[in-house]
Unconditional design. Structure first.
Length: 183
């Protein structure tokens, strides 16, 4: 995979094929934020934790008017919160992933978002790949690649997201095999 192909992966969705039995990624949709020869960084966006945003906010002396649950963003550094959100609230530390979707990891922005109607997902932890690792997994057929879809990201329930992305790709979720082939 050359540099141009890597760049075209992010931002985008990585969809785990059913045969990927790693418990951290079984039937996951991962928003791939960055991909380069040095490695890749993403957030699993369809796994809910039992933790409520209001509880995290209360522990950090932040007000919250939302009823959201926190997502499990991946197996790495699960104490760190990452916030995916719309453009209405931002800080100098916000990274614009793509037009109108930002990534921020500051308590200040989380506090503002927790009292807003802005679209957002809060993820604890992240998924990371070392140099060449994601490319190897892609060549082995562990992941399907799909374009980032804002509606799916922010407006689809986590339990429905995997199926919805696959169907939007024009595939039958029940017929996906290793390598993204259809049986």
């Amino acid at each position: 995979m050359d540099m141009e192909e890597q760049d075209s992966l992010a931002p985008g969705f990585l969809i785990a094929v059913p045969q990927l039995k790693d418990p951290h990624f079984d039937h996951t949709v991962t928003l791939l934020v960055e991909a380069s020869p040095e490695g890749a960084f993403g957030l699993v966006v369809n796994r809910m934790s039992p933790i409520k945003l209001a509880d995290v906010c209360a522990q950090n002396d932040l007000s919250c008017t939302r009823d959201d649950f926190i997502h499990i963003g991946g197996p790495v550094d699960q104490e760190r919160a990452w916030v995916l959100h719309g453009p209405g609230i931002r800080s100098a530390d916000s990274l614009e992933i793509t037009d109108g979707i930002l990534l921020t990891a500051t308590w200040e922005v989380l506090g503002e978002l927790a009292q807003s109607r802005e679209e957002m997902l809060v993820c604890l932890g992240y998924a990371g790949w070392g140099p060449g690792q994601l490319e190897q997994e892609l060549s082995e057929g562990a992941w399907l690649v799909a374009p980032l879809d804002r509606d799916i990201l922010f407006r689809t329930a986590g339990k429905d997201m995997w199926r919805k992305v696959i169907e939007k790709m024009g595939l039958d979720p029940g017929r996906i095999g290793t390598g993204g082939g259809v049986h």
